[in-house]
Design a protein around this ligand. Structure first.
Ligand code: MGP
Length: 225
């Protein structure tokens, strides 16, 4: 599957990065540093370096129990954790519920650091979203593949991406990929097509502009792939 391959690719890139000699060392220093690592010395313990992601990402959660009495949309939404390494991602992912285990009404977001998962955020304001819908309990793997594709920078137009959200509802789970410039059709189509490939999703998906959604709950798709 593409995601696992891609994930391995991004991991091995990181591993290769870690093997690169320190650019601050002179040639002879690099050689002796390289030689040193082969010596079985007790002082030569391997220190595992964390694998830095290209971006920092924040998980946000909207609590369904608070939702019923909330005054305004999003008032119960909270940033739960920001991560910057592959290791931190897995620690978090392994310790938070996957969509099938979340309560109906829950929204779990993973957005680039400092971008709030709201239409009102200035980076999202002119954006839109691609959405894929699943039966209740069936989105876990696609959610994981979406997260890995985001943090592993698998999209050609990755700069256009704000983040992803999974909405858990009574009969369905929806995953949406939020992007920045809805009017940039080339970028949106590329992202939509790549996302479908990553999820191995065969059905047509649609892209809605946030500006349309603000004015019309049943906003029409502007693009489909
Ligand atoms: P939705 O969740 O994007 O649509 O917005 P959906 O899928 O039709 O509904 P759901 O019940 O499955 O979640 C639902 C409603 O939430 C909108 O009509 C808005 O009233 C409000 N809302 C959603 N979003 C993403 C925002 C937002 O970013 N800002 C504000 N102010 N309201 C929002």
């Amino acid at each position: 599957m593409g995601v696992e391959e891609n994930n391995r690719k991004s991991m091995s890139i990181n591993e290769e990065e870690n093997k690169k000699p320190n650019p601050d060392l002179k040639d002879d220093e690099v050689e002796s540093a390289e030689e040193d690592t082969t010596l079985p010395s007790p002082n030569n313990d391997i220190v595992e370096q964390p694998h830095l992601l290209e971006h920092l990402w924040t998980f946000w959660f909207d609590n369904p129990s608070a939702k019923s009495r909330q005054a305004a949309w999003g008032s119960s939404m909270r940033a739960i954790y920001t991560f910057s390494t592959v290791e931190q991602f897995w620690s978090l992912y392994n310790n938070i519920h996957h969509p099938s285990k979340l309560a109906v009404g829950a929204d779990l977001h993973c957005f680039k650091y400092k971008i709030e998962p709201k239409w009102e955020d200035p980076v999202c304001a002119n954006g839109g979203k691609w959405t894929v819908t699943f039966h209740r309990g069936k989105s876990d793997m696609s959610w994981l593949y979406t997260l890995l594709a985001l943090i592993g920078e698998q999209f050609d137009y990755g700069d256009e991406i704000c983040g992803a959200v999974v909405n858990v509802r009574g009969r369905q789970e929806k995953i949406a990929l939020w992007t920045k410039n809805a009017a940039n059709e080339t970028a949106q189509i590329s992202i939509g097509k790549q996302w479908k490939e990553i999820l191995d999703h065969k059905e047509t998906i649609g892209f809605i502009f946030h500006e349309d959604a603000k004015h019309d709950r049943g906003a029409k798709n502007r693009y489909t792939v």
